[in-house]
Design a protein around this ligand. Structure first.
Ligand code: HEM
Length: 464
């Protein structure tokens, strides 16, 4: 561990608490943290070492960096740590969804949904995903004949329909007004990241609460109708309706609604961020894009199947590298449920632990030239084997590892492979090339690109 200043002794006279400073009374260092979380943690790690404490968002909070620290955190879920959500998210996310429950109940709920998200069953997702992706990319192509298009909002529409189709069923059969539903979905998500979750009229949080009520009513109605139909279909909703507990009881309808909303929420912005940033990185690195297109052009088959989509090592390396540099979820919080030692320090019960992939993803010892976008690093077996577990954590780890990880990887492979085969693109000049920090690390300019179709020989056609 690099040089640190120890602070007060931990309870019981054991090892000291992690070093750090608390900042102002009540608000602590919240403002500095929210202004730029990366700069905040980097400067304090430089000053205090690999583990430090601060006071943010109402609680003493410990930040630790390194693969071993990540391992300790993920291994502690359900033992000395429990999940913690912000008050705004607690109000807007369904109270009984998997993200909100802990221990055995959480384990049982994951087990129930796991059959839909296992790596081995992903083949079933390919045809509906392909249908939706084709429909959207055709529209991108037509619209791009008129001028540059913004990738981020388009990726939103595409990713939402893909996830919703898998979770709820074919959109055309749902009897749900899609535009209004997805608007309410976005308004609710925006409310999750406000600092003061007070629903005063006219605030983003009040709008989010109202949108949530409308959206949950639509979902509740959908669940009721589907239950009455008694038909089985391959979507997640069907499974949630079918399962019975030990005493033969179905899940309460409100729990099904909570779970559906969680899946839509957890699967949406994350995938939009990851895929949009990969498109952005490819635009900034034409030599990488050319190599990726060569991989696509050399494929034995033009068919999109689970096997062919998993036989694209260079594209996979691009996706991994893109999420290494810009992890779609910048962090999560846990709370200590008892005093516990780590790294020579006692961390007291009730303190919060911050998990953040950014520092480990940019560690020069794990990733030489860490700020460079270099997908090739993922193709070097020796380099990969030398990295300890939990050095790459865009999907988290431990009992709460992303449930939709294989689904998300498949979706990203498919959308990016289709884009690379059919198109070339360049970032339009004059846009802000920086990235937002919160709530999601998306290009500030929306990633506006000039998209040109490629012909069957892989040549880019000029726009007329
Ligand atoms: C690139 C896309 C994605 C990324 C980077 C991502 C990342 C994550 C991360 C980091 C967590 C753990 C959070 C924590 O430790 O507290 C998580 C949890 C979760 N993710 Fe994802 N996710 C993605 C896509 C998806 C998709 C497509 C779905 C489903 C359709 C999904 C469903 C979930 C669920 C249900 C959880 C909660 C698991 C639990 O609490 O046990 N995610 N995700």
């Amino acid at each position: 561990m690099d040089g640190f200043r120890a602070s007060k002794r931990g309870r019981g006279g054991g090892s000291p608490r992690p070093p750090g400073k608390r900042g102002l009374p009540i608000i602590g260092e919240t403002i500095e943290f929210l202004r730029d979380p990366t700069a905040f943690t980097t400067s304090r790690h430089d000053r205090f070492g690999s583990i430090f404490h601060t006071h943010i968002l109402g609680k003493p909070t410990v930040f630790m960096r390194g693969a071993a620290a990540n391992h300790w955190i993920y291994a502690g879920d359900g033992k000395y740590l429990r999940n913690e959500w912000s008050p705004a998210i607690q109000r807007l996310l369904g109270q009984t969804s998997m993200a909100m429950i802990d221990g055995d109940e959480h384990k049982a709920r994951r087990k129930l949904l796991a059959p839909h998200f296992k790596r081995t069953v992903m083949g079933e997702c390919v045809p509906p995903m392909l249908r939706v992706a084709r429909k959207h990319l055709r529209r991108w192509q037509t619209d791009s004949e008129l001028g540059p298009i913004a990738i981020v909002p388009r990726m939103r529409a595409l990713a939402f329909e893909i996830t919703a189709t898998y979770v709820l069923g074919e959109f055309s059969d749902l009897g749900v007004e899609l535009d209004a539903f997805s608007r309410d979905f976005e308004t609710t998500t925006n409310g999750m990241f406000v600092l003061a979750p007070v629903a005063l009229p006219g605030t983003a949080f009040a709008r989010a609460v109202a949108a949530r009520e409308r959206m949950f009513t639509v979902l509740d109605d959908l669940v009721r109708r589907r239950d009455a139909e008694e038909r089985s279909s391959p979507d997640v909703l069907s499974t949630l309706l079918r399962v019975r507990d030990d005493q033969g009881r179905p899940l309460p309808r409100s729990t099904i609604v909570d779970e559906l909303h969680l899946l839509l929420f957890a699967g949406h912005d994350t995938t939009v961020v990851a895929t949009s940033n990969a498109v952005f990185h490819l635009a900034q690195h034409p030599e990488v894009a050319a190599k990726a297109r060569a991989e696509q052009d050399a494929m034995d088959t033009r068919a999109y199947t689970l096997e062919s989509l998993r036989a694209m090592p260079y594209l996979e390396a691009i996706i991994k590298e893109s999420m290494r540099l810009i992890p779609p979820i910048g962090g999560a919080f846990r709370v200590m449920t008892r005093d516990e030692e780590y790294g020579g320090f006692t961390i007291p019960e009730g303190w919060r632990i911050a998990i953040g992939p950014r520092s480990v993803h940019r560690d020069p010892e794990l990733y030489p030239q860490p700020d460079r976008f270099r997908p090739e690093r993922w193709l070097d077996a020796a380099e990969n084997d030398a990295r300890p577990p939990f050095s790459w954590i865009p999907f988290g780890g431990g009992p709460r590892t992303c449930l939709g990880m294989h689904f998300a990887m498949l979706e990203m492979h498919m959308v990016l492979a289709m884009l690379l085969r059919g198109h070339e693109w360049a970032l339009s000049p004059g846009q802000d090339l920086g990235h937002h920090n919160l709530p999601f690390p998306l290009p500030k300019g929306g990633a506006i690109v000039e998209l040109r179709p490629r012909d069957a020989k892989g040549e880019a056609k000029a726009r007329v």
